[in-house]
Design a protein around this ligand. Structure first.
Ligand SMILES: Nc1ncnc2c1ncn2[C@@H]1O[C@H](COP(=O)(O)OP(=O)(O)O)[C@@H](O)[C@H]1O
Ligand SMILES: [Mg+2]
Length: 251
């Protein structure tokens, strides 16, 4: 990674802690995401990966610690909370598209209603984004008419329609049929190559290896290992990361 300064910090989590009853989801997590960085988060199920992402865009409120978006604290009840949250887009495992409206309307709804972008601009941008994810011909389709991989590509385009500063992906291919995983990973790769700042939770280790500059390994709510992706995955120095990778299908 090139030399970075405080100015190019997009997201900063400090000392994040979260528990549900006796279950510790996050146990003191620090993470700084710089502009243009692509970070993958890996680790066993239940390790706190989703909770971390949800805290980063304010879907979850940590018990302790702080999140900053472009330097501004993400605080419940703060007047700018909605505006800050909109700067951090999220793509979920299960798409969450609006089923009753067209693909195009899925992309223009929030920009026109929430961000009061004018319809012509929002529509032009939406069509550009659909083209970018290879779905220009599906603008008037309903989500239910599309394959899982196509729906996830729409979800990615919809997140980009908000012109976010960063995009968070929570296992974007885990709910897909194996034959459509590749097309979604391909789109994420292209968006990464365009310089979009991203944090991606994934079980696709070979994808993590080629898309991200930095990888974070989480277990039991903590970051156990992190560093430049290639050396971290090729020659892991953490025993627990080595054991985790040994259980994964390919590398
Ligand atoms: N809403 C919730 N209520 C109760 N427990 C939760 C909730 N969300 C997550 N957890 C628990 O917190 C831990 C971390 O979960 P999660 O962040 O989803 O991990 P991961 O995404 O790495 O699988 C798990 O033990 C999970 O069961
Ligand atoms: Mg999860």
């Amino acid at each position: 990674m090139s030399v970075s300064t405080q100015n190019d910090v997009i997201l900063q989590a400090r000392g994040l802690a979260k528990r549900w009853g006796d279950v510790v989801a996050l146990d003191g997590v620090d993470l700084t995401v710089h502009k243009g960085e692509v970070i993958t988060v890996i680790g066993p199920s239940g390790g706190g990966k989703s909770t971390l992402l949800r805290c980063l865009n304010g879907l979850e409120v940590p018990d302790a610690g702080s999140v900053r978006v472009g330097g501004a604290p993400l605080r419940v009840g703060a007047p700018d909370i909605d505006a800050l949250r909109r700067r951090v887009g999220m793509v979920f495992q299960a798409f969450h598209l609006f089923p009753h409206i067209s693909v195009l309307d899925n992309l223009t709804l929030a920009p026109t209603v929430v961000c009061t972008e004018d319809r012509a601009t929002a529509t032009r941008h939406a069509r550009e984004l659909l083209d970018r994810v290879g779905l220009a011909d599906k603008a008037s389709a309903r989500p239910g008419e599309l394959s899982g991989g196509q729906q996830q590509r729409v979800a990615i385009a919809r997140a980009l329609a908000m012109r976010p500063d960063a995009l968070l992906f929570d296992e974007p291919t885990s709910a897909l049929d194996p034959e459509t995983v590749g097309e979604v990973l391909g789109v994420i790769r292209e968006i990464a190559a365009d310089g979009t700042t991203m944090v991606i939770v994934t079980h696709e280790i070979s994808f993590a290896a080629d898309v991200s500059s930095r990888t974070v390994f989480m277990e039991h709510g903590r970051i156990i290992a992190e560093g430049a992706t290639q050396p971290l995955l090729r020659t892991p120095t953490s025993d627990r990361l080595r054991a985790f990778l040994a259980r994964m299908p390919t590398m």
